[in-house]
Design a protein around this ligand. Sequence first.
Ligand code: THU
Length: 138
Amino acid sequence: MSDRELAAAALSARLKAYVPYSHFQVGAALLAANGTVYSGCNIENAAYTPSNCAERTAFFKAVSEGVRDFSAIAIAGGAEGSKELDYCAPCGVCRQVMMEFCDCDTFRIILAKSEEDYRSFTLGELLPMGFGPKNLAK
Ligand code: THU
């Protein structure tokens, strides 16, 4: 699975976003080490706080199916109906969820404006000095 293909999967997952409140659609495509791709979109709620980001939807789908090894996630986000997307970086809570399961130096976060236009970062670049499971190990 190439970065371009993962970016395309995130762009397509974005179209499934349920966003009646923010009208901001986000899609994610999470690549597991076994090659499976888990898609996710943001899912909002009338009570607001139960809303879930696209990235966590993808992670929770994978983990709930027993998958915990990941290599990359592509993210695409922007206002409903916008013709051109900007890079959409993951929120702090989603970075923390990535920190739980992913290696800071090797897990890659691909921010996609389009299939052709994307930038790749490591988790460590987007969450420097993050707190994770290793910090709790004795
Ligand atoms: N959102 C995501 O799904 N992922 C992000 O990385 C940033 C924000 C969602 C949450 C909410 O449904 C909407 O975008 C506006 O914040």
